[in-house]
Ligand binder design. Structure first.
Ligand code: PGA
Length: 254
């Protein structure tokens, strides 16, 4: 069995000013100290990235963009490239978050192009997928998840090669910011489907090595049970990642 290092990622969305960011980073950095068994990541808004990179200093906290454009440069007003994220100190980028999909019309094809561009540039993509409540209630969860995987990882699938570093995040849309978490069993069921899809297209070793995060109302009181599931390898945390008091216990779930 391959050991997958858990990753706890905080998606700040459009929250926290610079002073709040500094204080959060200082508290989280101090609290995790030399923690070896879990990787920690934060994804601040674009305008805070370079500043947060400085406040991270020597703390073991990875920095991620919340999105990027697939082109390296050019006439794309309002967009940010992989090269810019790298320059600001990012190592990772969140792609295809459900808010990007639903509020900004991002398609699987677009997410595929971004994931390819991120890998080419040397960023670790965290590719998000997940069904809506309507889709779940219609019994379409597995079909939707597979369709999103087929589309968002299309080029890698065509090459039958998944970049080793790529991370997936299963985030049921109905559980994001709603306080409704998927039960550990519900989450595990889908994570297993995702891993089976990975195995089918990239082979066993690649499927076993790939981290699949769970996201959607993760809190200190449900993280332990979620992480106890065989195919859950970390969490993408929104609301609870904005305060040290709620984020630190999630990081230290063990
Ligand atoms: P939440 O958000 O933890 O606030 O539900 C998760 C996410 O959107 O990544």
């Amino acid at each position: 069995m391959v050991k997958r290092t858990p990753l706890i990622a905080g998606n700040w969305k459009m929250n926290l000013n610079l002073a709040e960011s500094d204080s959060l980073i200082a508290s989280v950095g101090e609290a995790i100290g030399g923690l070896e068994q879990v990787e920690v990541l934060v994804a601040p808004p674009f305008t805070s990235l370079a500043h947060v990179k400085k406040s991270i200093g020597r703390f073991k906290i990875f920095l991620a963009g919340q999105n990027m454009h697939e082109e390296l440069s050019g006439a794309f007003t309002g967009e940010i490239s992989a090269a810019m994220l790298l320059e600001a100190g990012c190592t990772h980028v969140i792609l295809g978050h459900s808010e990007r999909r639903s509020l900004f019309q991002e398609t699987d094809q677009r997410i595929n192009n971004k994931a390819v561009a991120a890998i080419k540039a040397g960023l670790v993509p965290i590719v998000c997928i997940g069904e809506t409540l309507e889709e779940r209630e219609a019994g379409r969860t597995f079909e939707i998840v597979r369709t999103q995987l087929n589309g968002s990882l299309r080029d890698f699938k065509a090459q039958k090669q998944l970049p080793k570093v790529l991370v997936l995040a299963y985030e049921p849309v109905w559980a994001i910011g709603t306080g409704k978490t998927a039960s550990p069993e519900q989450a595990q069921e889908v994570h297993l489907i995702i891993r089976a899809w990975l195995k089918e297209h990239f082979g066993g070793p690649s499927a076993e090595a790939t981290r699949i995060l769970y996201g959607g109302s993760v809190k200190s009181d449900n993280i332990k049970e979620l992480m106890a599931q065989a195919d859950i390898d970390g969490a993408l945390v929104g609301g609870a990642s904005l305060k040290a008091g709620t984020f630190i216990p999630i990081i230290k779930y063990q």
